[in-house]
Design a protein around this ligand. Structure first.
Ligand code: AMP
Length: 419
């Protein structure tokens, strides 16, 4: 099947072919025609499936099918994402696929000056891509009017709820017109997501590719059992002896990310850390250096890594398993994207046995365990409880507001940043 049969205009087809895409991915095949029918959609898709084009292409097509913009542009489409990085990436996709169309789009997120954003909005834009916190600030400052929005897209909705954005989202919804199309994309389906879908979506079409709580088949997964205090040595050994050039490593905490990054540096492996305490500039720089190859190891916490799109990332290493099993699916979704094979390695110490079991239960897959010679775990070491402080619990509330500190805020690597 080619893109031609999906109901997209020549201008969009040209932009797609400029990107070198020959055929639509499964999510694109399913989502594009349904979205073009102006139906609400509930879609289960991880990053790496091509979901961004899956909603951006039909969105641009629908806007183009409407009357051409005249007078000051009104915001006709709003895309909400959990993180700045993802917002920037989606905005890039809107630009890329819409390059032959007359629409203006802008990206809104926190951590950068507000005035340029206000001035762009004042000039008029058709599409806004935003993280919820800063968007709400701007709505409250009357810097933008959402009363003409025809289509609302929530991207990575599960992560938005995890980060405690539900209250901000509900507040934003109150500024949108009642009649509109809603598209909700989520990698996993928790009870909270189903509840949000029930209140937001009107008779949605359900689309699911590579079942939500299942890990993608093109990812080779492996567990290396190792003692906690020897993980750093093992990771340097793995990267060095295999001569891996581009490795994304996950830690549970920001502090842990910094420490590991320093230690890898001492082992002669160029590395950078990205997490919520780093400025936007530092994160963008680290990501750019990683992409172009001057940084070999990118150490990230879950939230900072969310939505990072690095094509054909070959290796993901869980230096520590995440406290929440769904995060494992998100983490390893960074590798083996769009058809290429990737490898997801987890360094698991005895304290993490239960976390591993939870992951295997969720993904319904028993990850092969391989002991590495010289790093076999010391059988005399007993399991110790993992400090929960640095992680989060899904039952932790999801409540967020700028007035109330959500419970998760205390967590070091997953605190809800003002976006
Ligand atoms: P996403 O799931 O939206 O993060 O997309 C993952 C990656 O797949 C991005 O790097 C896209 O550029 C790429 N991609 C999207 N659609 C296609 C396609 N039809 N063929 C090949 N690559 C694609």
């Amino acid at each position: 099947m080619s893109f031609k049969t999906l109901g997209l205009s020549d201008k969009l087809l040209k932009a797609i072919s400029d990107e070198g895409y020959n055929k639509p991915t499964p999510i694109q095949k399913q989502a594009i025609p349904i979205i073009l029918q102006k139906r609400d959609v509930l879609a289960g898709a991880q990053t790496g499936t091509g979901k961004t084009a899956g909603f951006t292409l039909p969105l641009l097509q629908m806007l183009d099918d409407g009357p051409p913009p005249k007078g000051k542009r009104q915001v006709r489409a709003l895309i909400l994402t959990p993180t700045r990085e993802l917002a920037a990436q989606v905005a890039q996709s809107v630009e890329t696929y819409g390059k032959y169309l007359p629409f203006k789009s802008t990206v809104i997120f926190g951590g950068v000056g507000v005035n340029p954003q206000i001035s762009t909005l004042r000039k008029g834009v058709d599409i806004v891509i935003a993280t919820p916190g800063r968007l709400l600030d701007l709505i409250e400052q009357k810097a933008l009017n959402l009363s003409q929005v025809e289509c609302l897209i929530l991207d990575e909705a599960d992560r938005m709820l995890d980060m405690g954005f539900i209250r901000d989202i509900r507040k934003i919804l109150a500024f949108l017109p009642k009649r509109r199309q809603n598209l909700l994309f989520s990698a996993t389906f928790s009870k909270e997501i189903k509840k949000l879908a029930d209140t937001l979506l009107n008779n949605p079409a359900l689309i699911e590719v590579a079942r939500a709580n299942k890990t993608a088949e093109q990812i080779k997964q492996i567990v290396y059992p190792v003692d906690k205090k020897r993980k750093r040595e093992l990771i340097s050994y793995l990267i060095g002896s295999n001569n891996w050039k581009q490795v994304l490593v996950f830690t549970r905490t920001k502090h842990g990310a910094n420490r590991l990054c320093e230690q890898l540096g001492k082992d002669g492996l160029s590395s950078a850390a990205i997490h919520g305490n780093k400025s936007q500039g530092a994160r963008t720089r680290a990501l750019a250096n990683f992409k172009e190859g001057s940084v070999r190891v990118l150490v990230a916490t879950d939230i900072a890594a969310r939505g990072i799109d690095i094509e054909e990332l070959p290796h993901v290493i869980n230096f520590e398993l995440p406290n929440v099993a769904e995060d494992y699916v998100h983490r390893i979704g960074r590798t083996g994207r769009a058809g290429s094979i990737g490898e997801a390695i987890s360094l698991v110490c005895i304290d993490e046995d239960e976390l591993l079991q939870n992951i295997e239960k969720l993904t319904k897959y028993k990850i092969p365990k391989v002991k590495i010679k010289g790093f076999e775990p010391d059988k005399t070491i007993k399991a110790e409880p993992i400090q929960k402080q640095g992680g989060r619990s899904r039952k932790g509330g999801g409540q967020s507001s700028r007035e109330h500190k959500p419970q998760r805020r205390q967590s070091s690597n997953t605190s809800r940043r003002r976006s």
